[in-house]
Design a protein around this ligand. Structure first.
Ligand code: DQA
Length: 148
């Protein structure tokens, strides 16, 4: 099973951003945890980050071509306004889990909206790195459920 973990704009700066919202783990540390959890769950996890919306869009197109089994995405601020990424995600046939480190609903009003909400299988937020870990578990379970 191939699971693609996508990190959007500014997320390469985890470890340097507000620790009250995002903790202290770096993106490399988060990715290492996900690869290792993926191995435990029987999933081959690939992680990708970009600060460029077009590059991220093309990575999603490539995921379609490669028929990945599931996607876990934290698109950062793009979540709240990128119809381009939303439309790219909508092309995918596989389950998509949206995750956020912070509790976006307890923050500024603009973070309360996800333009991805209707194209993702589910959303997890507010649990720090556990949001990603639970997101990966949810992605694997969604694939296993659809195969059953
Ligand atoms: C975030 C929440 C977004 O609102 C914010 O723009 C981010 C990170 C999170 O992981 O909590 O960059 O997606």
């Amino acid at each position: 099973m191939k699971v693609l973990v996508l990190h959007g704009i500014n997320l390469n700066m985890f470890g340097k951003r507000d620790p009250a919202q995002y903790g202290t783990a770096t993106l490399a540390q988060i990715d290492a945890q996900l690869v290792s959890l993926g191995a435990e769950l029987g999933a081959d996890v690939e992680c990708f980050q970009s600060n460029h919306e077009g590059v991220m869009t093309e990575r999603i197109h490539a995921a379609h071509a490669a028929a990945v089994d599931a996607v876990v995405i934290n698109a950062g601020a793009w979540t709240h306004y990128s119809y381009g990424l939303r439309d790219a995600l909508a092309i995918l046939k596989c389950p998509i889990i949206e995750v956020h480190m912070s509790n976006v609903h307890a923050r500024e009003a603009f973070r309360h909206t996800s333009v991805f909400a209707d194209v993702v299988r589910g959303q997890i937020c507010g649990l720090g790195v556990d949001s990603y870990r639970l997101g990966l578990r949810a992605a694997v379970a969604a694939v296993q459920g659809s195969a059953a």
